[in-house]
Design a binder for this molecule. Structure first.
Ligand code: FAD
Length: 469
């Protein structure tokens, strides 16, 4: 590693790596360094597959390393601009759609499956939408390219090799500790820590793309360095698991049923997210030992269950404006009740006001696909408002997916999405600090693989446009 580069990218998730890919495609001559605190993709393994339980790796192999949280995700690329965050409000919906198509083309070049889910079955789609309307829900009809967890890893490995072969330097197991920002509000580099210690690396362009798990790190940098930002939305919710038979119709017709509602009495936005037909509920750990639930699905290995997140959006203004902190407290309380494990409870038990006992889980048709989840009472940790939103939303979804609100339906908690700090930027993705750009989930503008990748592509183009100007 040298002491100076033209461009430093912090974080090798989709946002960071697509910045580098597009720079190469646009013929850049600039030197590029990617700093990643996790491992190369071929070295990322989750010991839980062998040991059957999470041993709390630091950093967590599921969410850090080349391709970021994307590597072990089941790689559902949402091919419409209505899904994946608020980037279209910054760059325009039409431009966002054209960039999705362009970025999708890059995924195809690196080996993505040409099949797109959700383009057929128009009559069935109409019926699902009719039921959604009568339940007071909006159905977002978004085609999906499903990479699958194993395939996603192959694609990202091909991308990693492509970048290295074309001169992009990537340093793994290296953490960015801070940004170097002059008193004139110009970013001139970063301070990093690797096995040799701390050092400062200079660059005229710094791109921060540290993902959800780097969102609070970036929020702190924004506060310390006066980088213009505002509190965004934080999502708190549960991961729901039902038998595939319950979800069969929407799984076949849409693959992913993206439903949005504003249930009474609070009328907050509640939505489904990240649906995994035949999938597995999973756990990810944050550096401060916070265990949160997630879900994924493999292209070939299938379970008998479908899981999806139900997320409730939370906004705060004053006197309290730290949504990440709020969500963290909810997560910590839930973890405490589960003795450090993910909590699981049957929907019927929630309505009956009782906890779920471990032995009761085996009485149901649906068997948990997260074996080390602990049966208990998620309502003891979930704020009343969020819980009521979730209960009433599940009851509404039952009108679209009969059986969804069954007694045995499993709710895992905490499901938290930490992308709440929103960095203020202009259309060219420049922050209030010269030379500093913030991308992807940590910037608060994206919430998914495709949008994070798109933001990277736009960034790559902007950097090369400036280089050639
Ligand atoms: C289990 C799971 C399943 C998912 N499934 C889907 C899905 O099917 N479809 C979908 O659209 N989205 C899915 N997502 C979300 C998706 O993975 C993210 O939205 C996407 O990866 C965001 O990209 P990003 O580049 O912004 O951040 P990330 O992918 O999170 O990458 C950020 C990178 O920055 C690194 N980093 C953080 N801080 C530092 C630091 N200080 N120094 C150096 N490096 C740092 C991290 O190690 C990480 O590699 C899933 C996420 C998970 C966890």
């Amino acid at each position: 590693m040298k002491n100076q580069y033209d461009v430093i990218i912090v974080g090798a998730g989709p946002a960071g790596i697509f910045t580098a890919i597009e720079m190469l495609r646009c013929g850049t001559k600039q030197s590029v360094l990617i700093i990643e605190k996790g491992k190369a993709i071929e070295k990322r393994t989750c010991p839980k597959h062998k040991l059957g339980k999470c041993i709390n790796c630091k950093p967590c192999n599921i969410t850090t390393g080349f391709s970021g949280a994307g590597a072990f995700s089941d790689g559902k690329l949402s091919l419409c601009e209505e899904v994946g965050g608020d980037l279209p409000s910054l760059i325009g919906a039409e431009y966002a759609k054209s960039m999705i198509d362009y970025t999708d083309g890059i995924y195809l070049e690196f080996g993505a499956d040409p099949h797109v889910e959700g383009l057929e079955f128009n009559d069935e789609k109409k019926e699902i939408r009719r039921n959604a309307i009568s339940a007071g829900l909006k159905l977002v009809d978004c085609p999906i390219r499903h990479l699958g967890t194993e395939k996603a890893q192959e694609i990202y490995y091909a991308i990693e090799q492509h970048l290295i072969k074309n001169g992009v330097e990537i340093v793994f197991n290296t953490e960015c500790l801070d940004l170097v920002i002059s008193e004139h509000e110009v970013c001139t580099g970063v301070i990093i820590k690797d096995k040799e210690g701390e050092k400062t690396i200079s660059a005229s362009t710094v791109v921060v793309a540290t993902g959800r798990r780097g969102a609070d790190w970036l929020e702190k940098r924004c506060q310390e360095h006066n980088i213009a930002h505002q509190p965004g939305t934080v999502d708190i919710g549960v991961r729901v698991e039902v038998r595939n038979e319950i979800m069969e119709k929407v799984n076949n017709v849409l693959y992913e049923s993206k439903l949005i509602g504003h249930p009474a009495p609070f009328k907050n936005k509640v939505r489904t997210f990240c649906q995994n037909p035949g999938g597995f509920v999973s756990q990810e750990n944050y550096d401060n030992d916070l265990a949160v639930v997630n879900g994924h699905s493999y292209k070939d290995m299938k379970s008998n269950n479908t899981n999806l997140a139900i997320l409730v959006s939370h906004n705060f203004s004053e006197p309290f404006n730290q949504p990440i902190e709020y969500a963290r407290k909810v997560g910590e309380l839930t973890n405490m009740l589960g003795a450090g494990h993910i909590l699981v409870q049957r929907f019927g038990d929630i309505l009956d006001g009782k906890r779920t006992w471990q032995k009761e889980l085996s009485e149901s048709n649906v068997k948990p696909t997260l074996p080390d989840a602990v049966a208990g009472d998620i309502t003891a940790a979930m704020p009343y408002r969020a819980m009521m939103n979730i209960i009433n939303f599940i009851i509404a979804v039952d009108k679209v997916v009969p059986g969804f609100a069954s007694y045995e339906t499993l709710l895992y908690s905490p499901e938290l999405k930490f992308y709440s700090n929103r960095v203020k930027m202009d259309e060219s993705l420049t922050t209030s600090v010269k030379g500093l750009h913030c991308l992807g989930d940590s910037s608060g503008w994206t919430r998914g693989l495709m949008m994070a990748s798109v933001m990277g592509v736009i960034m790559g183009r902007k950097i090369v446009e400036k280089e050639k100007a």
